[in-house]
Design a binder for this molecule. Sequence first.
Ligand code: PLP
Length: 498
Amino acid sequence: MAHVEENKIGIKGLVFEEPPVFELGSPGRRAYSLPTSTIPEVELQTLLPPEELRDPIEHLPELSELDVVRHYTRLSQWNFSIDSAFYPLGSCTMKYNPKINEDMARLAGFAQNHPYTPEALSQGSLRLLHELQEFLQEVSGMDAVSLQPAAGAHGEMTGMLTIRAYHQAKGNQRSKVLMPDSAHGTNPASCTLCGYDVVHIPSNAEGLIDIDKLRKLMDEDTAAIMLTNPNTLGMFEKDILEITEIVHGKGGLVYCDGANLNALMGVSKVADMGVDVLHFNLHKTFSTPHGGGGPGAGPVGVKKILEPYLPVPRIVNNNGNFALDYDHPESVGKVRAFYGNFGILLRAYVYIRTLGPDGLRQACESAVLNANYIKARLKDTYFLPYPGPSLHECVFNDKHQLKQNVKTMDIAKALIDKGFHPPTVYFPLIVKGALMVEPTETESKETLDQFIQAMKEIAKQAENDAESFHDAPYLSKVSRPDEARAARHPKLRWKPAS
Ligand SMILES: *Cc1c(COP(=O)(O)O)cnc(C)c1O
């Protein structure tokens, strides 16, 4: 523990020990007490057929209300969260989620509105969704938006389905999609799901799409290019107009992965760059909670030429009467039950209404400023493989620290002892040992300075005491699990000690 330095923001002490719930409680203990029933008891077997009855649960814990509350509250403390500390996970835009979003999502009129409520009685919810569509159209410049997809990856698939439908309607759905080698893993996956072969375009020395290679690869069997702007290195594709012109010139379409919209919103519109389809990650850009797998929302915005293929139902405004419109015979169909993830859409709506156009622009500019502050303060300590101008995130690697055999994973783990969530590591794949930092606009200068100081201390430790790194973190609940195994084969069943 000697190598864990004192610091003001760490996570020392008060890491609760907590056994599995099955080891708690006492026979007969209850969370309630009810008056004795005057209705005679009947065995369940006399009421239900055997196949409807579950096997008895062995060792079912018997607990008081306080036992239950403390158990789950303690477990919750083992999790890191954006409400407890800085979460610089690159590409994920872990901004603070304002509590007013939560307040509004809990209004009974929204929270208790059943999805089967007739349209005439859901006018408020439908109007909110319709306005959100319009806000997203305004932010992106796209002509139409569907709110149905439940995540970024789902939006990608939906957007690619509209591209396929467009080409099919023209008589040739084409077979390939181009994509830079810096793409997020969901991009090739979405294209493959839609039946396309993925062709990677190598990035140039600046970390951008190589225009000459694109020109060679783009042909009349290519349905689209799927790019990310700013790309996963946080860099703006400055030749975007030329890129989209090359693709359109051969009859292809342009898909933009909008996960990095935080770096553009309120400043520039993706539609003006020649993009035909874009997905939004509301859970990133528009401050709805995410992590741990969801729920999210990945609306998709399209240009006029793709509008006929958007999912149904579309939410329409017929002179102030909001309705669900199924009458789109060329639509790719329904991609999600009911309205999509309504609670998430509602939070994004509140966020946009709270900030307004000027606020969105300010959020974007502050996010870019924060990332560039970190980049400038750490550029002499950590290697920047692509040192060119970048927007809302910056990608370092472990080149300097490797001389002491301290790797990206060691640096990430050491940060946990300093009280910070690690940045994204080993992504994008084109950067060996990538450490991708995205601070977002919601962090104060004090927090950024504390993070910078922690990163500098870690670099110094790497020079002086490289050995200490290989067992970090020392202060967390678990130190270094086998991450692949923990994800693929989690131990979910409790077994009594024999
Ligand atoms: C997060 C992300 C995605 C996928 O979005 P999900 O909502 O996680 O499905 C796609 N591309 C990029 C660049 C991302 O950062």
